[in-house]
Write a protein that binds this ligand. Structure first.
Ligand code: ZN
Length: 476
């Protein structure tokens, strides 16, 4: 069967698909049937523009093409579609179980597909918090039923009455993305900020992702304070000192640099960037994430835009924003995640609005904007969108367009005036697009997971292809 893709101003491209719409039966050995993409160029793992054919066999890529020499700085105007690896968004809050009215796994996955995201990692501050084997197992079951993109889960560290270890919880760390530690209480997850306890966690877990705001520095009386004064920069600086001390304590106890990978989530300040550079120089395995809202908004914007862009940690100033862009370009920041954190419109409109910005629907378009405008190279865009996250969180099968990689692909299409006139319907239950003020030069045209089209021009197909990242790997 041959499908013609929709094009506004380009020669139609043929896509040969055998049996494209039938979901595989249980145990069906034809899962991931062969498929061929021709006529659309792609970027390889080195950021080089390639022409040829991408074959997909049993969900894996087989590349038959040649690459132009050198990284491309701009994608030539005549190229109106380009294939990229699916975005790996390692920081999402889909709010299930417990707060499905805010998003839910099913709807969150549709929003992910709209943004070209093919793998997500969900945070543990759901209700009840994902802090025990039983709750993790329950959440896994929900995702197996409702997930429509590749997924993995964080385990939450809930307080410290008894220090959680893989052995005490009966959890294999290879089956989760990382342990998530909140140094400021978040929803259903308690705060942990004592260096001795953090050092103990560092000694026991291979990966820890941390929300670095020391809540003991939040003012007790918040009456009359704006959002950023309620969560001051001093809380971040204190958290960084605590984390440095914890790493030193662990190092002293071990007699060598600990192997634990520490992932600094949603970095938003100059101080965090200095800290990351210093820790990396000291030999610690530290990685850094930032989010689109810190790149596109400052605290000043919140005065104009109000609660829709209220977030934790709070938006910072223009100097921080400039430093973040520099850190994206120079490699200090390893990846950009959405921290997709939707709330119901009535909650955001209330007198005491909750914090969180929805953003997953714009991940590839925003990253493509950064590259197209020359703020980062296309090579860095690939690192920041997929390659580095895959490496950091041990997703060995995905994140690049290369022989043998999982065929999680996104076709980006150059936008035209028509797209500006007809903005795409918002998918998230939050009900708004925080980035509607931006003109995005590329949009998501089509998304394939394991070689099958799961999303095309805002039409989701209910093909149950999403599998747990770590389950797939352990069965290989
Ligand atoms: Zn978050």
């Amino acid at each position: 069967m041959t499908l013609k893709w929709r094009h506004d101003n380009n020669t139609p491209v043929s896509v040969t698909i055998q049996n494209p719409l039938l979901p595989p039966a249980e145990g069906d050995s034809s899962f991931g049937e062969s498929l061929k993409l021709t006529g659309i160029p792609w970027l390889n793992r080195h950021g080089r523009l390639c022409h040829g054919t991408i074959k997909i066999d049993r969900g894996l890529l087989k590349i038959d093409g040649s690459a132009a020499a050198g990284d491309i700085t701009t994608i030539p105007d005549h190229i109106t579609e380009i294939i990229m690896p699916g975005y790996i968004d390692t920081h999402v809050h889909f709010r299930q179980p417990g707060q499905e009215y805010k998003e839910g796994i099913g709807n969150g996955c549709l929003a992910a597909l709209a943004g070209g995201v093919t793998t997500v990692i969900d945070m543990p501050n759901t209700i009840p918090p994902t802090c025990t084997f039983a709750v993790l197992d329950e959440k896994r079951r929900l995702w197996q039923k409702l997930g429509r993109v590749g997924w993995g889960l964080f385990l939450g560290c809930n307080g410290c009455e008894q220090i959680p270890t893989p052995a005490s919880l009966g959890i294999d760390p290879a089956g989760i993305a990382a342990l998530k530690v909140f140094m400021a209480r978040s929803g259903s997850c308690a705060a942990v900020s004592e260096p001795e306890i953090l050092a103990c966690l560092i000694l026991n877990w291979p990966k820890i992702a941390v929300h670095a705001e020391d809540e003991t520095l939040f003012p007790a009386d918040t009456a009359g304070l704006d959002h950023s004064s309620r969560r001051p920069r001093a809380a971040v600086i204190s958290a960084l000192q605590i984390l440095a001390t914890s790493l030193e304590l662990a190092q002293r106890q071990l007699g060598r640099v600990p192997e634990c990978r520490l992932i600094l989530l949603h970095a938003s300040t100059c101080e965090e960037l200095h800290w990351v550079r210093r820790m990396k120089d000291l030999g610690y395995d530290v990685r850094a994430e930032t989010c689109p809202h810190y790149l596109h908004f400052t605290a000043e914007d919140q005065i104009k835009n109000g609660a829709q862009i209220q977030v934790n940690p709070p938006l910072r100033d223009a100097t921080d924003q400039q430093a973040l862009w520099q850190a994206l370009a120079d490699g200090t920041i390893d990846f950009v995640s959405s921290d997709h954190a939707p709330h119901a419109p009535t909650e955001k409109a209330s007198a005491n609005p909750p914090s969180g910005i929805p953003g997953i629907e714009k991940m590839w378009p925003l990253m493509a904007l950064a590259a197209e405008s020359g703020r980062i190279s296309w090579r860095r865009a690939l690192d920041l969108a997929a390659q580095n996250a895959a490496e950091c969180y041990a997703m060995r099968d995905r994140g690049v367009i290369a022989d043998g990689a999982r065929a999680d692909l996104v076709v980006l299409r150059r936008t035209s005036y028509k797209d500006v006139d007809m903005p795409r319907k918002v998918v998230t239950k939050a009900g708004y697009d925080a980035y509607r003020h931006l003109v995005l030069p590329w949009d998501v045209e089509r998304v394939l997971i394991a070689g099958k089209t799961v999303w095309e021009q805002a039409t989701s197909r209910a093909v149950p292809l999403a599998e747990e990242v770590y389950a797939v790997q352990s069965s290989c």
